[in-house]
Each structure stands twice: as C-alpha cells, then as structure tokens.
Design a protein around this ligand. Structure first.
Ligand code: CP3
Length: 340
C-alpha cells in the first residue's frame, strides 16, 4: 500500500493528501484535557503522552500525516540552553557573542533527544495498523533556531540577530553551519526512529531580504537538504511570509516547499519547477470563515495544482489555538471530496 504524502513527495500522487501544521495542540479539547496533567515541557519528556497528542488529530480528522509532538526549540536544551514556555518560549541566557556560542555544550543527541525518539518509536508501532499514514519528523532551521537562541524569546524586529548578522557575517555563518550539523544529526536520528519524511521550519527567514537570505541562510539550508537527500529522506522546507525568497528556496534541495497564503497558489504553481512539490496554502484564519467560504477557497487551491502530482494540502502557517473544530473538519472533508 502506498502512502499519499510520500507519493506526493515523490511526485507520484493522484490527489492531494492533507495535514496541518500545528494540528496537535490547544485548539483540540482532548489536548487541553491532556495538558491539565502536564506542563508542555513535561509532556514532551513523556513519550506516551506525546504520542497520544501526536495521534489526536488523526483520530479527530483522519489527516494523512502524523507529526511527532515536540517543539523546534527542544534541541537548544541539548546545547545547554535553559528553555521554558510561559506560554511563549523563553531562553534564560541568550547567546550574544561567538565566545558564548562556542561555550555551549557538545550535544549528545541520542541521549538528550531520547524522548522524541521514543515517541517516534511508539508512533511507528501504532501506525502499523494505519499503513496509509505518513509519520513526519521535523526540526527548526538554523536561522530560526538562531533567532530564539540569540533574542532569547519571540521577537518582532530581531534586533540582536540581525545586528549580529550585519556586523559579523562570518561569525554568523559559523553559527548557522554548526546548527546545520546539529540539525542533520537530529533529523537522521528521527528518521532511524521512524520519521518517514521531515519538515524543516524556517519560520522567520521571511524577515530577511532575498540577497541576505541567499548569502547567509541558503548555504546551511542546502547543507541540510543535501544530507537528507544522501540518506533518501523526503523533505519539506517551510518559511512564513517568504514569497520573495522563492527563487532561493527552489535552490535549497528540498523535495517540496511549504508556502503561505499571502500570494495566490497560482503564483507558486508558475514559479516552482514541476519537479519540486508544493505544500499549502490556506490562510489558517480562513478556518474561522463560514463553511461555504472554506470549501470555495480550498477547492480553488486544489483546482490550481490539479495534475501536478506533488501537492500536499496544508495551511500557510500553523493552526491558531482558537480555531473551531468545524472549520478544520470542513477543510479536510473538502480535500477528500475533491475529484481529481
Ligand atoms: O502539531 C504539530 O505541528 C507538532 C508540534 C509542533 C509544536 N511546535 C507544538 C507546540 C511543531 C511542529 C512546532 C513548531 C514550532 N515551534 C515553530 C515553527 C512553526 C511555526 O509555528 O512557525 C515555532 C516558531 C515554535 C516555537 C514555539 N513553540 C512558540 C513561539 C510557542 C509559543 C506560542 C504558542 O503557540 O503557544 C511554542 C509552544 C508550542 N509548541 C505549543 C505547541 C502545541 C503550545 C504548548 C502549550 O501551551 O500547550
């Protein structure tokens, strides 16, 4: 039996499979129930609970992908950084110099990532009875990880990160290269533990110009996708608000590019070569719209990619925590009912 998401990543899909970024989490009452017993970070350390959270969207929506429940910032703990969620992420001692970066620990990922690897093992076993579902691993891309490691929290203007990048490009490239090596090791371990395809989240890359992205971020991104390709691991690259970066993302080596809603899907269908897949791109806020509008907009996306063989239906960014269940159901049902 073939798996629709893997088929799409190989360019051989007959219809568009569907999953959603942040499909597990606070919009689900059963997740909020589970969270009553654990803090977010404690839950990530409990593979049974994390596997349960990963599985909840499958039970409720029957989507084609199961993304392992974790967070892109968890690997920063392996470097010795102190991570907390309140509920936004806080890193207590942000990195502000190359010296501080060099003082971080040499991570033993097999050990420090043992919870997520165990969660993947559990999910792989559970998915034996659902052979069409694809188990997805993920990691934060070096630039986006660096924004949190350097700013210490979510940021609006990225003063410290960009200040560093413009003042000391060579030092900054060294950091991204080291984070790329860490990311490669992390994704290979996830693959060995059961992840059949992986998504690299470069959420904040869209804050950079095309020139800066190409010079500063593309090299470490290409290094990661080259390693994944070498190991035969299907891959997706996501960045938010990044339509101006598309020409560079095409050169990343990712099997598919996950795009947001700020440009019409037809823009990406024209731009992205036929050999590279497209994932996206409904505005997550569209799930708050009346049923008729959700159906119309979802169908419009599916119509535009018809015949491509490598489209994965998704949102343009993660589900918002207040998203109505009915909106999500309409989105998934529309994908199922579309006739290709
Ligand atoms: O369902 C899934 O997609 C799998 C799990 C997942 C989470 N975070 C769970 C989570 C994934 C893939 C992520 C990725 C992630 N985390 C990104 C990249 C994607 C994106 O959304 O842009 C980023 C930037 C983060 C960093 C992060 N984690 C922030 C800024 C926050 C706080 C804001 C918020 O949404 O709460 C988190 C916490 C987080 N990660 C939660 C979940 C379910 C909320 C935890 C809770 O309070 O229960």
């Amino acid at each position: 039996m073939t798996k629709p998401i893997l088929d799409a990543l190989a360019g051989k899909a007959h219809s568009s499979p569907v999953w959603m970024m942040r499909q597990a989490g606070r919009h689900l009452p059963e997740y909020r129930e589970l969270r009553k017993t654990f803090s977010f970070l404690d839950m990530l350390k409990n593979p049974q609970a994390a596997a349960q959270a990963s599985f909840q969207p499958i039970e409720r929506y029957d989507v084609d992908g199961v993304i392992v429940f974790s967070d892109i910032l968890v690997p920063l703990q392996a470097l010795g950084m102190d991570l907390d969620f309140q509920p936004g992420p806080i890193l207590k001692n942000p990195i502000r110099s190359l010296r501080e970066f060099q003082l971080l620990l040499e991570p033993n990922l097999r050990e420090s990532a043992s919870s997520i690897l165990e969660t993947l093992n559990i999910l792989r076993e559970e998915l034996r009875r659902l052979p069409k579902k694809t188990l997805l691993g993920f990691a934060g891309a070096p630039y986006t990880l660096a924004t949190y490691a350097i700013e210490g929290k979510s940021s609006k203007h990225f003063e410290y990160v960009k200040g560093w990048l413009y003042k000391d490009p060579k030092g900054f490239l060294t950091i991204l290269d080291r984070l790329a090596d860490l990311t490669i090791e992390y994704l290979l371990l996830q693959n060995q533990a059961g992840a059949e395809a992986v998504q690299l989240f470069d959420t904040w890359a869209g804050e950079l110009s095309l020139e800066e992205y190409t010079k500063m971020v593309l090299p470490s991104t290409q290094k990661i996708f080259e390693a994944l390709k070498h190991h035969g691991i299907p891959s997706i690259l996501y960045a938010n608000g990044a339509s101006h970066l598309i020409d560079a993302q095409i050169l990343s080596g990712a099997d598919a590019i996950s795009v947001d809603w700020r440009r019409d899907i037809s823009f990406y269908v024209d731009k992205i070569p036929a050999g590279i897949g497209i994932q996206g791109n409904l505005d997550p806020s569209m799930l708050f719209a009346p049923e008729k509008r959700i159906i119309q907009e979802t169908n419009r996306i599916l119509q535009a990619v018809r015949g491509r063989g490598n489209h994965i239906l998704n949102l343009g960014h993660g589900l918002h925590p207040t998203t109505p269940i009915e909106g999500v159901k309409t989105f998934v049902r529309t994908a199922r009912e579309f006739s290709f």
